[in-house]
Write a protein that binds this ligand. Structure first.
Ligand SMILES: Cc1cc2nc3c(=O)[nH]c(=O)nc-3n(C[C@H](O)[C@H](O)[C@H](O)COP(=O)(O)O)c2cc1C
Length: 365
C-alpha cells in the first residue's frame, strides 16, 4: 500500500495532532483506554471526568461510582488516569486532553478537575508535553480562560451560535459546534450539524470543529466543506475494540438503526439515548413532566427520572440490555463494525482524501 494522503488542517497545528479528529469526552467511563488508543493513532484522545465526580454531586448519585472507579477520591482517579495515558502514549509522541464538563451543577467538581490537570502537568515533564488540551463543555465558558494562561490549548463545546460567540469572546482556541444528532447531552432545540456547523463557522473567527453525526471519511469531508477544521466523534468511538464501554453497549451501537435513538431528560438536561425499554420509560416520564422540565424545574423534584437513571446504570453494569442506560447518537445507524481505533482513523482519512480528490472530477463541468 502506498503512503496515505494526509488531511491537514489548522486543527492539526493548534492541537499538535496528525489527523483532524477529536475523540469526544464520554461519561460515565474514564475513557482511559480509548484516549490512549486514539492518541497513539494520531488523533486527540480525551479522558472523561464526568463519571469520576459521581460521589460529589447529588445529581449524579444514581451512578455507582465505586463500582466503576474503585474507592479513590475523584482528583486521584483523574491523576492516575493522566499518569496512565502519559505512560502508554510516550512512545508514539501523541497528544491528549481532558474533558471537563462545566455545567452549573458541576462547577465545584470542574474546578477540582482543572486544578488536578494543571498539577499533573507540573508534576511530570512527559505529561506537560503530551497533555496539551482541555475541552470544557455543557456550561459557561467565561471562567475557564485561565486554561490558556496555564499553557493549554482550550477547546469549548457549544450547541448554538450564541454560545459559540460567548466561547470566542472568552478566548477559546477552538470551538466544537455540537449538533442535535449527537449522543448524550443535547439541547432541547433540535438544530442539527448541517445547519449548526456552517452557521457557527460563519459567526466566529475561531476555528470550528463539527460534532454530532460524524463517523467516516465522507462525513469528515462534508464537515470541511461546511467550514469546519475537523470533527469530534463520540458514538463512532464507542464501537471500537479498545474503547472502555461494555461489550453490550458497543453491540447496541452496531445494531441500532438511524431512527433508534430517543431524547429524554437526563442528568443535567436533555440527553440522546440508544432506544431500549429504559430510554422509552425515560421519554414517557419526560413527556409527562415536560412543561416543568422545559421551564427549568430543578432536577431534584423529578424523583421518577432519577430512579430510572439510577437503576439504568445498575442494569448497565449487570448487562441487562432492555433496561440499561446507554447514550448514543443517530449516527449509530451508520455504524456496523467494531474496528481497532487505528483502523478506524486510518480508514476515515483514506476515505476523506479519496472523496476530496475525486469530487472535482465528478461534479465540476
Ligand atoms: C456515551 C456518551 C457520553 C458522552 N459524555 C460526554 C461528556 O461527558 N462530556 C462531553 O462534553 N460530551 C459528552 N458526550 C458527547 C461527545 O463528546 C460528542 O460530542 C458527541 O458524541 C458527538 O456526537 P456523535 O455521538 O454523533 O459522534 C457523550 C457522548 C456519548 C455518546
Amino acid at each position: 500500500m502506498g503512503a496515505m494522503t494526509l488531511i491537514h488542517t489548522e486543527l492539526c497545528d493548534i492541537v499538535g495532532i496528525k489527523h483532524p479528529i477529536l475523540q469526544g469526552g464520554m461519561g460515565p467511563y474514564k475513557t482511559e483506554a480509548l484516549a490512549t488508543a486514539v492518541t497513539n493513532a494520531g488523533a486527540l484522545g480525551v479522558i472523561s471526568c464526568i463519571g469520576m465526580a459521581a460521589t460529589l454531586i447529588p445529581e449524579a448519585a444514581p451512578l455507582d461510582a465505586a463500582r466503576l472507579f474503585g474507592s479513590d477520591p475523584p482528583a486521584v482517579i483523574l491523576q492516575k488516569s493522566i499518569e496512565s495515558v502519559t505512560k502508554k502514549t510516550r512512545t508514539s509522541g501523541g497528544v491528549f486532553g481532558v474533558n471537563v464538563p462545566v455545567a452549573a451543577e458541576f462547577v465545584l467538581a470542574s474546578k477540582m478537575f482543572v486544578e488536578q490537570t494543571i498539577e499533573s502537568c507540573k508534576a511530570d515533564s512527559d505529561t506537560e508535553r503530551s497533555l496539551r488540551v482541555v475541552v470544557t463543555s455543557a456550561g459557561n465558558p467565561k471562567p475557564w480562560s485561565v486554561l490558556k494562561k496555564e499553557g493549554f490549548q482550550w477547546i469549548h463545546v457549544a450547541g448554538c451560535v450564541k454560545h459559540a460567540k460567548k466561547a470566542e469572546a472568552a478566548g477559546a482556541d477552538v470551538i466544537v459546534a455540537s449538533g442535535h444528532e449527537g449522543g448524550a447531552h443535547v439541547s432541547w432545540d433540535p438544530v442539527h450539524s448541517t445547519v449548526l456547523v456552517p452557521a457557527v463557522a460563519k459567526a466566529v473567527k475561531t476555528p470550528v470543529v463539527g460534532a454530532g453525526g460524524f463517523c467516516d471519511g465522507a462525513s469528515l469531508a462534508a464537515a470541511l466543506c461546511l467550514g469546519a477544521v475537523g470533527i469530534q466523534m463520540g458514538t463512532r468511538f464507542i464501537a471500537t475494540k479498545e474503547s472502555d464501554f461494555e461489550p453490550m453497549w458497543k453491540q447496541a451501537v452496531v445494531e441500532r438503526e438511524e431512527r433508534q435513538t430517543l431524547v429524554g431528560r437526563g442528568l443535567f438536561g436533555p440527553m440522546r439515548f440508544l432506544r431500549n425499554r429504559r430510554a422509552e420509560e425515560i421519554v414517557e416520564q419526560t413527556l409527562e413532566d415536560l412543561p416543568n422540565f422545559y421551564l427549568g424545574e430543578p432536577l431534584d423534584s423529578n424523583e421518577k427520572i432519577l430512579e430510572l437513571e439510577r437503576t439504568g446504570f445498575v442494569d448497565l453494569m449487570d448487562e441487562k440490555e432492555d433496561t440499561a442506560l446507554m447514550f448514543g447518537g443517530e449516527v449509530a445507524g451508520r455504524i456496523q463494525n467494531i474496528p481497532t481505533t487505528e483502523e478506524l482513523i486510518n480508514n476515515i482519512i483514506a476515505e476523506a482524501s479519496d472523496v476530496i480528490k475525486t469530487l472535482p472530477e465528478k461534479v465540476l463541468k
